[in-house]
Design a protein around this ligand. Structure first.
Ligand code: GAP
Length: 452
């Protein structure tokens, strides 16, 4: 790890400086572990979510989407087991009065002696007690317990309670999936490490419903598919691995689970969980709602409660992993440069158009090119400073292509096209620009392979 160029500090600094991510409510001193996405960050995260949605939903015949309300009937969370089981073990330090997750003490610093972990500083820790992570609020003007609702801690339950609605309206039959991207909330005891663990975050979840007995095969399929997705979007193979859960680690609903882990600057950590949730959730909702959520296969005349394979990824955590993985430093024209080698289809800005000089009609010509490209992709125009500095600025933002308009452009309608990674430049006719740009920023064609 120590020989790695990238550190979390470098990512946090770059994110702030270039407008990827700002501390939330910064002018009031910030709010712990809450972050706002700036102009570049919002594009990057949208592109990550779009890449996931394209791969998981729109490019497949067997998955449809959903967008559920964040607040749901409180019985949902009794049925799902969250009211009873969605807890973390909490300890208090009697000396500094801070609270920590009992099972993650080795991952946090003592607030008073940062070189030590909590409990190693002379402060005595209380025994562990269970703390429910759901945020509670009250619906309507009266704050009585009958009006308690929760901010959802996962998007998955919105999918389960709509299972029959989707089967009936979209005429889907197992094996098929329902996908959702949306905010989830957890009152984490020890959030931190920038976007890695926050109390408000976005999930990208798929619940894939299969016939009992077909679940192992589909579990394997989704493990492969999800790893392939990260790889196709450029995550380095050596920083990605699957870690099967030990049986004592499994969530209360899971028959099997593997985490996709990424080697962050803070070490190997979960990026996504892929679980075989069995028929646990649908059966719980059948019991608690009294509604029939089984599926009747009129071909085979069988009725069954489907099993569920669930790949559940974090949009913010993935965005962080893409940023970390893309970060690099090298030398350009004798100067150090920081560069984000993001997959072009994830990059916030695809093309920067740069007039070589601010005279002789070059800015006007460059603006013309900007207007040609703008309907098709995110374009930046920059005329401030030396051309080298402008390239550096775009490299740091992860912009894969730079177009320079120079005097020759005015003579023969050609421009230079510069590649962010190789820094190679080639001369291209302006008439061909749109096609070339489109080709270079296209998403990867999926190597999905045969369905089981
Ligand atoms: N429905 C299953 C589920 O929610 P999870 O492993 O608790 O499973 C799935 O969460 C993913 O959501 C994680 O792998 C992570 O990427 C993201 N996630 C969970 N808690 C998070 C947090 N506090 N901050 C940021 N992302 C989080």
């Amino acid at each position: 790890m120590s020989d790695r160029i990238v550190t979390m500090d470098k990512i946090v600094n770059l994110a702030k400086r270039r407008g990827f991510v700002f501390p939330s409510s910064e002018i009031y001193g910030g709010l712990a572990s809450c972050w706002d996405y700036g102009p570049l960050g919002v594009e990057l995260k949208r592109n990550v979510k779009e890449a996931w949605w394209r791969d998981t939903v729109t490019s497949r015949p067997d998955v449809v989407g959903l967008d559920c309300a964040i607040m749901m009937h409180p019985r949902v969370w009794e049925a799902s087991g969250h009211v009873k089981n969605f807890t973390d073990p909490l300890v208090d330090c009697k000396k500094c009065k801070q609270r920590f997750r009992a099972d993650q003490l080795d991952m946090v610093q003592c607030p008073e002696k940062p070189s030590k972990h909590p409990g190693e500083c002379g402060g005595e820790l209380t025994g562990a007690r269970q703390f429910n992570l759901m945020f509670e609020t009250h619906m309507g003007p009266v704050e009585d317990s009958g009006a308690t609702v929760y901010l959802r801690p996962e998007t998955a339950q919105g999918i389960f309670v709509n299972f029959v609605n989707v089967v009936n309206s979209a005429r889907m039959r197992p094996p098929f999936g329902i996908a959702q991207i949306g905010k989830s909330f957890r009152n984490e005891i020890t959030p931190g490490n920038f976007l890695f663990r926050t109390r408000e975050f976005e999930q990208m979840e798929l619940e894939f419903f299969v016939k009992p007995g077909d679940d192992d095969e589909w579990f394997k399929y989704w493990l492969d598919r999800r790893i392939a997705w990260y790889r196709e979007y450029g995550i380095r193979a050596e920083r990605l691995k699957l870690r099967p859960h030990a049986s004592d680690e499994l969530a209360h609903y899971a028959k099997g689970c593997s985490d996709v882990e990424y080697d962050f600057p803070i070490g190997w950590q979960e990026l996504e969980g892929i679980a075989n949730r069995t028929d646990f959730d649908l059966k719980q909702h059948i019991e608690y709602s009294g509604k029939d959520l089984s599926f009747y296969d009129d071909g085979t005349k069988e009725r069954f409660v489907p099993y569920v394979i669930e790949p559940s990824a974090g949009a913010d955590r993935s965005t962080l992993a893409f940023l970390v993985d893309a970060y690099d430093e090298d030398e350009a024209e004798g100067e150090q440069r920081a560069v984000l080698r993001l997959h072009p289809s994830l990059a916030p800005i695809k093309v920067a158009v740069l007039p070589l000089m601010r005279k002789a009609g070059l800015p006007e010509k460059a603006s013309e090119i900007v207007e040609t490209l703008r309907p098709h992709c995110a374009v930046a125009y920059d005329q401030a400073g030396s051309i080298g500095r402008r390239y550096r600025r775009q490299d740091e933002a992860g912009t894969p292509l730079g177009i320079t308009v120079d005097y020759q452009t005015l003579e023969d309608e050609t421009v230079t096209l510069r590649d962010r990674d190789s820094m190679q430049q080639e001369r291209i006719a302006t008439a061909e620009l749109l096609d070339v740009v489109r080709e270079r920023i296209a998403p990867p064609t999926s190597s999905r392979g045969l369905l089981p």
